[in-house]
Design a protein around this ligand. Sequence first.
Ligand SMILES: O=C(O)CCC(=O)C(=O)O
Length: 256
Amino acid sequence: MNLDDSAIAQYHDQGFCITDQLLDAGECEEIVDAFNQIQDRLMLGSDEDGALRYQPMLFDRSETLTGYIVDPRILEIMAELIGPNVRMYWEQLVAKPPQARTELPWHQDDGYAPTDPPGYVTCWLALDDADTSNGCIWVIPESHRDGIYPHRMDGPNFRNGIDGFAGDTRGIPVPIRKGQALLFNSLLFHRSGPNTSDTNRRAWIIQYCDAAARHGNSLEELDDRTWVIQAGKFLTKPYSERPMDVGKVFANWTPV
Ligand SMILES: O=C(O)CCC(=O)C(=O)O
């Protein structure tokens, strides 16, 4: 597995860790190409600041992307961190073009898209080297122990952050190499900074949860989320019992 014992311990203690090299450069380019071929895309932030490209829940439009959702290198890690029954909860591409200054403020993913119980696993797959110059992720270590804070959802873009956190000084940047993944608990506070460089900063963010968890607001079963591991068996053809209504999911992203 591309995750050693000390990284697993760090995930549990501090709420995050980095994998060894998971994908090679060619595989990262293959994922970028697959997203480039899909015209559906949203923009986050303003043109003035330099907007980010956002492509959520498109994996089933591409055999390539579907294949990576169930890639055994990722599923081995999810089996270790979550258990024998796992669904993919969400996936999205977040691409920061060169000089895109839009920042994503401190938040917990469970603050916008909660599960019950909380604490699903994000696999933030770096498709480019990322550091503070091009907008890598920052985290507040151990903040996954603090429970869920109330999140704000005002304005045209979701993720307007949490009152009082703008100047938080406990955060640390997590630089990462292309093809590695940053794994973090959905209760962990994280943000990402501006891209002040002339390079891209692209990441494919795939989230996995315990199949027994429920939707955090409605407490319905997660049967619109995609099975990827069943009774310890890694699926090669992921499926869900009913299709996900992505528009409805966004509409229901109410703060907890
Ligand atoms: O990739 C980024 O810049 C931020 C992603 C993020 O905050 C998230 O997926 O919750």
